[in-house]
Design a protein around this ligand. Sequence first.
Ligand code: SF4
Length: 280
Amino acid sequence: MTDLKIIKKVFAKDKSIKYILGLSDEECIEAVYIPLIGETKFCISCQVGCINKCSPCATGKDMDYIRDLCYEEIFLQVKTLAFDNNICYNNCTVLFMGMGEPFFNYSNVIKSLQLFQDIGIPPENITISTSGIIPCIVELSKLERRPKLAISLHATTNEQRNRVIPINKVYPLNDLLNAAKEYTDTSGDEIIIQYTLIERFNNTVDDLNRLVKCIENIKCELQIIPFNSFPSSNLIAPSKENVEFVISYLQSKGVKIALKQSSGNDVYAGCGQLGCKQEL
Ligand code: SF4
């Protein structure tokens, strides 16, 4: 296995680096190196493009689906970025939050876990984020050692979710919430529910009250992700005041909550920004 070809590196103000990586067939993917205090995160891709067309996501908006990555290409993103930054694998976490829906490439994603484990990154240090592919959520619960599961919710009614995550028409909200509950009950794991906060879309008190109801029986941490804008999107990022209000309102309702500030937003390396058609 040779490392992937580094086509381009884009440096963010917060020291994250967005990598454009070349594959053997000349296709390109993006991955992000995120150095933090005492920890390094790698946000990696699992497909070239994505068939899902989630609207808060530049991969979905700006790219067509081209192909799945094989398990070695998935693994080599971390190896290439780690080598380039002279990082050993202690205290590393891997996030399947880059380009592609991990559960549409389930077998390669799961196969890559063994390669990560072989270099000292156990499944528990890996998070897989899905738009809600229910059969694969069920499959994941059966693994003996599982990565963390994150589910992108972003909306609290079917009508609203259909508008931002079209796969909701196949796996509707209530079925997804039931699958999430079943997953936590069966596995005993806590999951992450991700909620991208979008101005004039899902940030009113009514939205938040429905959100509390949606997740009240699920063993989870709620991650609030302020929308990261990109040129082809007409969605609006929430104000700082609104984000603060949302956090304190949900905390007052007893929700276990974390604010996810994306890394590398200034170079379109943040959550939902990979794959955007913007020359840097
Ligand atoms: S959010 Fe994930 S599943 Fe949705 S379009 Fe983007 S890469 Fe695909």
